[in-house]
Design a protein. Structure first.
Length: 397
């Protein structure tokens, strides 16, 4: 029977976090069966983009990675912490601002996969639904074991994002964008089945609800959750957050393709029980950005990727901070590969802007303003919305 351990942390100290991580590992039977002496082990945090506060729930805190690092070393593994942030985001910035540089200073390898020194490669995908090959790095291909270390977050495209989706950070930026065009859900499962991760440990100390994965509201949960069955880990963590397993497409797709158990009746939960710690996370669909005019249409193609999603939401936040929402009245902003069918009645060259390379075809076809980039910069999106109605030269963020 799949086993998931749920442990409460006592405070924010490293000792408390380490104790909780060690308890989770002990309760799921230790690491000896999945990490053999000499194994090259990748610990993969979620460092999607640099947050204003490292404990905002947007990224994995370094304490959890360090505790796992020490546990892997204790059984003879050779761990590294490795990540490449979202398409267009600077991994090195997050490393520098969120405590990971201090780990480097202690001699712990924290690898920015986007660094040109890391050799790229192509991994074949066996029985893929979307892909038959995937672009990654030799370091990833050559790992003997991968441990995924997500945070508890809602997500505007996938309801929640946990350890399975976190592994998308082991793809090159071009490949990440391609996932959103070709099929995100089954693509993630193709990738996870190729990598065969051995363990998920969720940093559930601070999560993010609402406009995740970056602009959400911090939610303190004080939890560490872990399992060697990633699907079971996601089913239990999702349930704690207020989602039934079948509401989360990645969990369901991974279960259907034999990656693990999502039936909560067939999962043994050890440590704290779900009911003891459950606290519903506000869903992305339940959030409105206060002050946005009701006549404004933000149109996301279902294939728009995180790069443009995050950029556009961030650009709207910049506009809010600068009292520019009046310029959104009666505007339409199209994101991703939108078509004429996506457009509301009355969309025209004056009131409609297409954002990103994927939306260029529609812009060309309809004569709409177009914001170049993949993803574009925030300031360029704001400029595109303002058109010639107002000067906008500075990025306010
Ligand atoms: S233009 Fe935007 S939606 Fe299209 S691939 Fe680039 S970042 Fe993704």
């Amino acid at each position: 029977m799949s086993k998931v351990a749920v442990v409460k942390t006592q405070d924010q100290s490293y000792e408390s976090i380490k104790k909780a991580v060690d308890q989770v590992i002990e309760q799921i039977g230790g690491l000896e069966d999945i990490i053999k002496p000499g194994y090259k082990v990748i610990i993969k945090p979620n460092l999607v983009a640099c947050p204003t506060d490292r404990l905002s729930g947007g990224i994995t805190r370094w304490e959890v990675c360090l505790a796992i690092y020490e546990a892997v070393q204790a059984v003879g593994g050779v761990p590294v912490i490795a990540e490449s942030s979202a398409a267009g985001a600077d991994t090195e910035l997050t490393i520098a601002k969120c405590g990971y540089q201090e780990l480097r200073d202690k001699g712990i390898p924290v690898i920015d996969l986007k660094n040109k020194e890391n050799a790229r490669c192509v991994m074949p995908v066996k029985d893929g639904v979307v892909f038959d090959k995937i672009n990654t790095w030799e370091l990833v291909r050559d790992a003997d074991a991968i441990i995924t270390v997500p945070v508890m977050k809602t997500h505007d495209q996938t309801e929640i994002t946990l350890g399975l989706k976190n592994l998308k950070g082991l793809l090159t930026d071009v490949q990440k964008k391609d996932f959103h065009k070709q099929g995100l859900i089954e693509g993630v499962v193709d990738w996870c089945k190729t990598l065969k991760p051995v363990l998920e440990i969720v940093d559930g100390t601070f999560g993010q609800q609402g406009l995740g994965p970056i602009f959400g509201e911090t939610k303190e949960m004080d939890l560490i959750i872990g399992s060697k069955d990633l699907v079971a880990c996601e089913a239990v963590t999702g349930k704690i957050m207020g989602y039934e397993p079948e509401e989360v497409m990645i969990t369901e797709a991974a279960h259907k393709r034999g990656m693990g158990e999502m039936d909560l009746k067939k999962i043994e939960v050890v440590g704290k029980q779900i009911e003891e710690v459950a606290s519903r996370f506000k869903r992305s669909s339940e959030v409105t950005i206060e002050g946005i005019p009701t006549s404004f249409n933000l149109i996301f193609s279902k294939d728009a990727c995180t790069g443009c999603h995050n950029t556009v939401i961030s650009a709207l936040m910049d506009m809010k901070a600068q009292d520019l929402f009046l310029y959104l009245e009666n505007m339409n902003v199209c994101v991703g590969p939108c078509t004429k069918e996506h457009l509301p009645e009355g969309a025209n060259a004056e009131n409609t802007v297409c954002v990103g390379i994927c939306a260029k075809k529609l812009a060309d076809e309809m004569g709409f303003r177009w914001v170049v980039g993949c993803p574009p910069g925030n300031a360029d999106v704001v400029k595109g919305v303002l058109g010639d109605r107002k000067e906008y030269g500075v990025r306010y963020s």
